[in-house]
Design a protein around this ligand. Structure first.
Ligand code: HEC
Ligand code: HEC
Ligand code: HEC
Ligand code: HEC
Length: 129
């Protein structure tokens, strides 16, 4: 009996610590993002991260495609998508411009054509000086 109680105590202690750990791991997604990559020629790109999640209802993993669970934290796209190609971490990843343009512009063209939206598709609508 005693042993059982001690074991339950230890297990619930581990569970609570585990729970705390998971809570501490949760990240708050940013409201606005400014994407700027060192050495880029074009002006940086600003967008509402919050609207993409809440209003446009885009799932985290559509963009953070390599994360198991983006609510626990994400890596920067540039960790893998370098300016001229993949990086040491991901040699096969397509370069920054191709990855972003495919992610951002492809969806914008689709929602504009299919849902009559006005998402930006022209260079200077995203790369604003
Ligand atoms: C439309 C695409 C898109 C969606 C949807 C999206 N994100 Fe992001 N998120 C980005 C981009 C792009 C960045 C900037 C990353 C960079 O600079 O490389 C970013 C940045 C972040 C950051 C900050 C990273 C840092 O190091 O500054 C966190 C945290 C994050 N996103 C979590 C989330 C979570 C959680 C969700 C879903 C609830 C989500 N994102 C949905 C594209 C998106
Ligand atoms: C951990 C490394 C890693 C991170 C972080 C990462 N990617 Fe990728 N990405 C890759 C690799 C590797 C590929 C090649 C195909 C594959 O393995 O999925 C790829 C492919 C893509 C593609 C498909 C390109 C094509 O031509 O079909 C898009 C779009 C993309 N990434 C966008 C993003 C965006 C946007 C972010 C940040 C929000 C991001 N990636 C973060 C590694 C990564
Ligand atoms: C899966 C679809 C989807 C993806 C992926 C996506 N967007 Fe959008 N985006 C939208 C929709 C929908 C709108 C709203 C258009 C409207 O209101 O008419 C929008 C609007 C915008 C706007 C104008 C309003 C705002 O939110 O700031 C910007 C800028 C923008 N997107 C940038 C980006 C960038 C940069 C990326 C890639 C990192 C991206 N988007 C990826 C669907 C998407
Ligand atoms: C939907 C938004 C969007 C549109 C439209 C767009 N881009 Fe981009 N582009 C991005 C994002 C996000 C990045 C990654 C951030 C960065 O590197 O500046 C990027 C990266 C780039 C890069 C690589 C980085 C650099 O500056 O050297 C080039 C070049 C580029 N874009 C050129 C263009 C040109 C030219 C057009 C028009 C034909 C265009 N983009 C349209 C969002 C967009």
């Amino acid at each position: 009996m005693r042993l059982k109680k001690v074991l339950i105590g230890i297990f619930s202690g581990m569970f609570l610590m585990g729970g705390g750990y998971i809570l501490a791991q949760q990240v708050t997604p940013p409201t606005e993002c400014e994407i700027f990559v060192e050495g880029a020629k074009m002006a940086s790109v600003k967008f509402s991260h919050q609207k993409h999640i809440e209003e446009y209802k885009v799932d985290c993993k559509v963009c953070h495609h390599k994360e198991e669970d983006p609510t626990k934290g994400v890596q920067k796209c540039s960790t893998c998508h370098g300016l001229t190609g993949g990086t040491e971490k991901a040699p096969n990843a397509p370069k920054n411009m191709l990855a972003y343009h495919k992610n951002c512009i492809d969806c914008h063209q689709k929602v504009n054509a299919e849902q009559g939206k006005a998402a930006p598709t022209k260079c200077n609508e995203c790369h604003k000086k």
